[in-house]
Structure formats: structure tokens, C-alpha cells
Design a protein around this ligand. Structure first.
Ligand code: SF4
Ligand code: SF4
Length: 288
């Protein structure tokens, strides 16, 4: 099984559009499992219209809870908590579950053993079916943390399922940025496709994501999406790739056909055969 993660460093480059098109093209000739690892703002499902087969709770960590029966109201936990998560209310002391970081300082130091550390359900994850193959995706609750842990969970589930069913490809639509969920998305992958755009921010964030994947020793190739937006910035990306010995595998022009396809819930390679679709076909030829 070949495992490819699609990353961008910067949001808005068209990473998910490219990921969905690659899933479509892969499914034409092979079997593919997909992961939407952009768990803070999952949107691959908008294009793939998944039918949910399984729903599971995601336990993101622990949160403190005060047993009012045992609490002697000594107030020690208020001073102990560096996150100001313990508040006094009309019914006694309470923990704000959004502010609580789950450090357990209060749990270990409460003289009355009145504090419990409870599982915090931070979201839901799903195994779904789509017209291109299985999709593993998630919904992280507002203000919930541990998105890196959730990405790791999704990848483990997808990889296990793909291995059990002997599928050919695992495609991971990664999150933007270079933080913990991105590291979770790229770890252990065979190849990172970095989708960038010819803008100042696109070039800046391409450098950052290149540093990140190189640090974790994941081989990378680059595709420039909307390549005709700015010739100078496009050349800058080409020079950057040349200087670092990174293969520039595709340059995909801007095309309103992408938007028109999206409006109808389809990916551009399903809906149109123009220059953009041809660019994506070429990209898949380079990756497969
Ligand atoms: S430290 Fe324990 S006993 Fe004291 S106020 Fe907090 S929960 Fe209550
Ligand atoms: S677990 Fe840590 S963050 Fe949460 S209330 Fe206790 S001391 Fe504060």
C-alpha cells in the first residue's frame, strides 16, 4: 500500500480540491482509502458526500470534576490551578471544562480527595463509504483540543482497514500549518505532496512545510495550484524547488470549472476535462 499525505502549509491553496481529485483518479484504476486529517475544519466530506457507517466518540484527554459531597471548601484548588479553571459558584466550587487543561495538580493535592479526573469526549470520528472508497473523518467539538491525537487515531484506523482489505492507496488530506496535527498527518507516510500557490504567503508557508516534512524525513514533491496567478512568485517556487532538489511535479492553472464542479458536489476531474483536469491527471501520473 502506498501512503500519500497532501499538505499545504498555508490554508486556501486548494489542497482539499486536489486531494479529492486524486482520490477520484486513484479510484478509477485502483482501490483507495481516504483520511480527512484536517479535523479542526474538516471539509473533504462536502465533496465526497460520505454515507456514515460507524460513529465513535473521541476521548481527547481528562478533565477535573469536583465532588460537592466530599469538598470541604478549603479553596486550595483555586490557588493551585494555573489555568484559573476552578470557579466559585452559588452551588460550590466547580471546574470550567473548557479552561481545564487536565494537568491533575488539583486531583493530587486536594486534601479531601474530592476531585476526579474524568474522560473528556472531545469529538466524534466516523468510518464512511464514498463513491471513491472508504473515508475516515472526524468532528472535533468547539474549543476541544488534542487534534494531533485525533489525526493519529484516524490514520491508525484507516491504515488497519486498508491493510485488512488489501487496498492499494492511503490518501491523507492533511491540515494546514506546521503544528501537531500536521506532524501527526505526515509521520510514517511514503510521500508528501505539498500543494502551494504563487503568492507571497504561499511561498513563505511552502518553506515552512518543506522544513517540517524534511525534519521528519518524509520525501516531498511540490505542485503549484492556480499557477497562472503570479509569474514572479511561480518562478520563485520553481527556484526554491531547484535549490532544494525537490521535484516540481505539476503546475495547475486557475479555472472556474473547479468552483462550478464544487457547487454541484463534484470534483473537477469528474465534472470537466479542461486544462485543470489535465493538470490533475498529470499530477496523479507522477504520484501513482
Ligand atoms: S482542594 Fe478539594 S476540598 Fe479544597 S476546595 Fe478544592 S475540591 Fe474542595
Ligand atoms: S486538572 Fe489542572 S487545569 Fe484542570 S482544574 Fe485541576 S489544576 Fe486546573
Amino acid at each position: 500500500m502506498k501512503q500519500i499525505v497532501i499538505l499545504s502549509g498555508k490554508g486556501g491553496t486548494g489542497k482539499t480540491t486536489v486531494a479529492a481529485a486524486l482520490a477520484h483518479l486513484a479510484s478509477q484504476e485502483a482501490t483507495v482509502t481516504m483520511v480527512d486529517a484536517d479535523v479542526d475544519a474538516a471539509n473533504l466530506e462536502l465533496l465526497l458526500a460520505p454515507e456514515k457507517l460507524e460513529t465513535h466518540q473521541f476521548v481527547g484527554g481528562k478533565v477535573a470534576s469536583i465532588d460537592q459531597e466530599r469538598c470541604t471548601d478549603c479553596g486550595a484548588c483555586i490557588g493551585l490551578c494555573r489555568f484559573e479553571a476552578v470557579k466559585r459558584s452559588s452551588s460550590g466550587l466547580e471546574v470550567d471544562p473548557v479552561a481545564c487543561e487536565g494537568c491533575a495538580s488539583c486531583y493530587y493535592q486536594c486534601p479531601a480527595e474530592a476531585i476526579r479526573m474524568e474522560d473528556q469526549v472531545a469529538g466524534l470520528w466516523y468510518r464512511s463509504d464514498t463513491r471513491f472508497g472508504p473515508l475516515f473523518h472526524a468532528y472535533l467539538y468547539p474549543a476541544a483540543e488534542n487534534s494531533g491525537k485525533l489525526v493519529t487515531l484516524l490514520k491508525q484506523q484507516a491504515r488497519q482497514s486498508a491493510e485488512d482489505e488489501k487496498l492499494d492507496y492511503l490518501l491523507v488530506d492533511g491540515p494546514p500549518g506546521i503544528g501537531c496535527p500536521v506532524i501527526a498527518a505526515c509521520s510514517g507516510m511514503d510521500l508528501a505532496l505539498l500543494v502551494t500557490e504563487p503568492t507571497v504567503a504561499g511561498v513563505h508557508d511552502l518553506r515552512r512545510i518543506l522544513d517540517t516534512v524534511q525534519h521528519f524525513r518524509v520525501p516531498a514533491v511540490v505542485a503549484i495550484n492556480k499557477c497562472d496567478l503570479n509569474t514572479d512568485r511561480r518562478r520563485e517556487i520553481q527556484s526554491l524547488c531547484d535549490a532544494q532538489g525537490i521535484l516540481l511535479v505539476a503546475q495547475i492553472p486557475f479555472d472556474t470549472a473547479v468552483t462550478r464542479a464544487m457547487v454541484h458536489g463534484r470534483v473537477v476531474t469528474e465534472a470537466a476535462d479542461g486544462e485543470t483536469s489535465r493538470g490533475l491527471h498529470h499530477l496523479w501520473e507522477c504520484l501513482r
